[in-house]
Design a protein around this ligand. Structure first.
Ligand code: COA
Length: 351
């Protein structure tokens, strides 16, 4: 592909060689990993004053998984990624980019993605992390789609992974019952047909503080000692639950309409609706908003998995495919939203 020289270009200046494009992209494989330990509502109620009935009614959550103390986001990401790579039918050395969506890798830098690249036996791909909380996976799918379409990558591994149990105050009634741990992954690569619809995404920085890391409210998680020799409190996620709930139900529900319209589809043409697993009542309100026909399967993974932030959409997708709830090759509307506040929605063809 050649482009016209700009007025500033020297007459003898060579024209850059760039990839031909755009081409189509699709998701070739997905995978999920759930830690072994099941944490029931009954167990949560030994830390906070609550009940199984209240938690079930207000959130739809019955249980969640917690990673082992020595189990890291890299360990969980590796397990999910291996499944996605196997389903895609490629080898790790074919991956040219790794995007890791996480807000619980305990280092600001270096990123988690280069470590995952080593674990998987890849060939030194570009590797970086995305901080877009519960929208991180859908942000990643959008970036991967653009990279493959534009030719800057062949296969992109997108991973959403969280170890939220490390950053949750077990004694905070507003969050202790919500979060869980896990990982989900997808391989995005070239395709003969359009496999990823336009992403409708954005941010609402006015609500920046509605979900954020704060020092522990109860101080019961112990200290992190800072290099200056003082002690700082371990950060945990704090959330203004009602504000987030209203934002999700009233402000951003119309985003799903826009993602459908951008893909040229109606709700009745979907084979699955896979919203971020934040709260079953938010999911139900969104279903109502888009007028989703009853026969379209809806991800309800939250009941057994809790809210796993960046991992929630790919984990729910893997479950729906594994359990035959959503068809391989079907059309799924996926929608991530969370801390930032940020959001992203797109229709994808399921692998
Ligand atoms: N167990 C029992 N009762 C609880 C409780 C708990 N864990 N937490 C709060 N309550 C009580 C409150 O004290 C209050 O009692 P009162 O009416 O006597 O004062 C009542 O329940 C309602 O509290 P409120 O904070 O208004 O609860 P809620 O209905 O908003 O539900 C959430 C709380 C967190 C379930 C809900 O706000 C929510 O799901 N928000 C969005 C969360 C989300 O999606 N986060 C992730 C986005 S990525």
């Amino acid at each position: 592909m050649t482009t016209q020289s700009s007025p500033e270009t020297r007459a003898d200046q060579p024209v850059l060689t760039v990839p031909e494009g755009p081409r189509h992209a699709r998701i070739h494989g997905v995978g999920g990993y759930r830690p072994e330990r099941v944490v029931t509502n009954e167990e949560v109620c030994t830390w906070i004053d609550s009940s199984d009935e209240w938690i079930t009614q207000r959130s739809g959550i019955k249980e969640r998984r917690f990673a082992r103390e020595d189990e890291t986001v890299i360990d969980m990401a590796e397990a999910a990624a291996r499944d996605a790579i196997a389903m895609a039918g490629i080898t790790p050395d074919q991956i040219s980019v790794i995007l890791m969506a996480t807000v619980t890798h305990p280092y600001q830098t270096p990123a988690a993605a280069p470590l995952l690249a080593i674990r998987l036996g890849t060939n030194g791909p570009a590797a970086f992390d995305i901080s877009a909380a519960c929208a991180g996976y859908c942000y990643g799918i959008s970036l991967a789609n653009d990279m493959v379409r534009a030719g800057s990558a062949e296969y992109v591994l997108v991973v959403g992974v969280e170890k939220l149990s490390d950053f949750t105050d077990k004694h905070d009634r507003g969050t202790a019952f919500i979060f869980g741990d896990g990982a989900g992954a997808a391989v995005v690569g070239p395709s003969d047909f359009p496999g990823i619809g336009p992403t409708i995404w954005g941010s609402d920085g006015d609500n920046w503080d509605k979900i954020m890391q704060k020092e522990s409210w109860t101080g019961l998680r112990g200290d992190m000692t800072d290099p200056a020799g003082g002690a700082v409190e371990w950060p945990n996620f704090a959330m203004q639950g009602q504000s987030v709930f209203r934002w999700a139900v009233y402000s951003i529900a119309p985003i799903v309409d826009k993602a459908l319209a951008a893909a040229g589809l109606t709700a009745a043409q979907l084979d699955a609706f896979i919203p971020h697993q934040a709260n079953m009542r938010i999911t139900d309100a969104m279903i109502k908003h888009i007028g989703l026909p009853e026969n379209v399967p809806v991800a309800r993974d939250i009941a057994e998995t809790g809210n796993t932030s960046a991992a929630s959409v790919p984990l729910a997708t893997a479950r729906m495919l594994n359990e035959g709830e959503a068809p391989h090759g079907g059309l799924a509307l996926q929608f991530g939203f969370g801390a930032g506040l940020v959001y992203a929605a797109q229709v994808v063809v399921l692998p």
